[in-house]
Write a protein that binds this ligand. Structure first.
Ligand code: PLP
Length: 378
C-alpha cells in the first residue's frame, strides 16, 4: 500500500518535470553551480593545514563534544569567529542546516512571535516547525509590512529572522534597517549569513561586517556563519550571547548526541578564514566576473537586479529550464536548474553561481551558450 503511494508520487514528480537527479561530479564540466564563491574548495594551503591536523590529532573526533570528542581546534575556531564578529560566544555545528534547526528548536520554543522573511532558507523553516511559537511570515524584504506585523504582536518575546543573501534570488537584506526595528520593538534578530561570509565586508566577514559598525550592541543578535560556501569546506557557527550558547550546549540534541566534526575540519576552516580575511584580490576578481557576466547576457530582461555571485535567470518554465540545462551540458557547462519545491512552480530558473576561480574565457563561454539558448525563450 505504502509502496504504491510513493510510486504514484514519484511518477507525478517525473511527469511534472520536477524529478531531482543526483549525479557523480563530472570534473570535465565547467562548474557554475557551486557556492565556492572564492575558489577555496581546492586550495592547497587549506589542504596542508588539514593534513597537518590529521597527523597531530587523527582522522576523526572519536566521540561527541561533551564526551571526549571536543578538541582545542574546535575551541580555537569558535573563539576566532566570536572575536572577529565581536560576539560574546560561539558554537560549532556540523552544518548550517543543523545549526538553524538546533537554534529554533531549543531557544525559540514556546512563547515567541517569529517574524520570518518569506524566502528564508528551508532549514530555518524546519527548525521553526518544531517549535510551539507563532510564525508570522512577512513579504520578501518588505520591512514596512514587517513593522506593521510587529506592531500588532502582543507577545512579550519576538524574533525577526532573515537570510543575509537569499539563496535562490541572490538579493540581500537590509541589516541596518532590521537592526533598528529590532531595537525599536525590543525583538531578537536572527541573521543567517550562509552566503554572505567570505564575500561581503572589507575582511570578508559577511553582510553584518559590510552593513553595520563592528561595535554595535549585539546582545539581541544571533548570527549564523556557514563554511560550506565561500570557505570551501563544511560546518557552521552560531554566534550569540554567552547565555544562549551555554544553553545550547546543555539542551541541543543536534549538538550533544552526535559525533563531533573531525578536528582537522576546524583547523581547515581556521586556515580558510585567514585566507578570506586576506582575500581582497579574490573578492575583486569575483566582482569583475559578476559584472562581465551581466554585461555579456543579451536578453537582460531575464537577469534579476542583483549584483552578488548568485545570478538567477528567470525562465519560469520547468521544461525550458531543463532544456537549457541540457544545452549547457552539451557545451560542458554545469548550472543548477531550480524548480519547485525549492522555488514556487511559476518561478523556475537557471541559477548561475559565479566564482573568483572562473577565468574571463569561462564567463564568455557560459554567456555564449546562454545567449543562444535564451533566443528560443519568449
Ligand atoms: C541560507 C542558507 N542557510 C543555511 C544553509 C545550510 O547550510 P549547510 O549547507 O551548511 O547545511 C544553506 C545552504 O544551502 C543556505 O543557503
Amino acid at each position: 500500500m505504502f509502496e504504491k503511494k510513493i510510486s504514484r508520487e514519484l511518477q507525478e514528480i517525473e511527469e511534472n518535470n520536477l524529478l531531482r537527479i543526483r549525479e557523480d561530479r563530472n570534473y570535465d564540466l565547467l562548474n557554475f553551480s557551486d557556492n565556492d564563491y572564492l575558489g577555496l574548495r581546492n586550495n592547497k594551503t587549506i589542504a596542508k593545514a588539514m593534513k597537518k591536523s590529521i597527523d597531530e590529532f587523527g582522522n576523526g573526533a572519536g566521540a561527541s563534544h561533551l564526551i571526549s570528542g571536543h578538541f582545542q581546534s574546535h575551541t580555537n575556531l569558535e573563539l576566532k569567529i566570536a572575536n572577529l564578529l565581536q560576539f560574546e560566544d560561539a558554537l560549532f555545528y556540523h552544518s548550517g542546516f543543523n545549526a538553524n534547526v538546533s537554534f529554533f528548536k531549543n531557544i525559540i520554543n514556546g512563547d515567541f512571535d517569529i517574524f520570518l522573511d518569506k524566502l528564508c532558507h528551508a532549514s530555518i523553516y524546519d527548525g521553526i516547525l518544531s517549535t510551539q511559537s507563532t510564525v508570522i511570515r512577512y513579504p520578501h524584504l518588505d520591512y514596512e509590512a514587517l513593522e506593521q506585523k510587529i506592531k500588532k504582536s502582543k507577545k512579550e518575546h519576538k524574533i525577526i529572522v532573515t537570510d543575509s543573501i537569499f539563496s535562490m534570488d541572490g538579493d540581500i537584506a537590509d541589516l541596518s534597517r532590521l537592526y533598528s526595528l529590532s531595537k525599536k520593538y525590543k525583538t531578537y534578530l536572527y541573521i543567517d549569513d550562509a552566503h554572505g561570509f567570505g564575500i561581503y565586508g572589507s575582511k570578508g566577514l559577511g553582510l553584518l561586517e559590510s552593513q553595520m559598525p563592528a561595535d554595535i550592541d549585539k546582545s539581541n543578535i544571533i548570527h549564523l556563519t556557514t563554511f560550506g560556501k565561500s570557505a570551501g569546506l563544511s560546518g557552521a557557527i552560531i554566534c550569540a550571547s554567552k547565555k544562549i550558547i551555554d544553553y545550547l550546549k546543555q539542551k541541543s540534541r543536534e549538538y550533544i548526541y552526535t559525533t563531533a566534526s573531525p578536528p582537522y575540519l576546524a583547523d581547515g576552516i581556521i586556515k580558510s578564514i585567514e585566507l578570506i580575511i586576506d582575500g581582497e584580490k579574490l573578492r575583486k576578481k569575483l566582482n569583475e566576473n559578476i559584472k562581465l557576466f551581466r554585461h555579456l547576457i543579451n536578453k537582460k530582461q531575464y537577469l534579476v537586479n542583483v549584483y552578488g555571485p548568485i545570478q538567477p535567470i528567470l525562465i519560469k518554465n520547468n521544461q525550458m529550464v531543463i532544456h537549457i540545462q541540457k544545452e549547457l551540458i552539451k557545451s560542458n557547462i554545469h548550472v543548477a536548474a531550480i524548480r519547485s519545491p525549492t522555488v514556487p512552480l511559476s518561478e523556475s530558473r537557471i541559477r548561475v553561481s559565479i566564482s573568483a576561480r572562473h577565468s574571463k574565457s569561462d564567463i564568455v563561454q557560459l554567456a555564449d551558450v546562454l545567449n543562444k539558448s535564451l533566443k528560443h525563450v519568449n
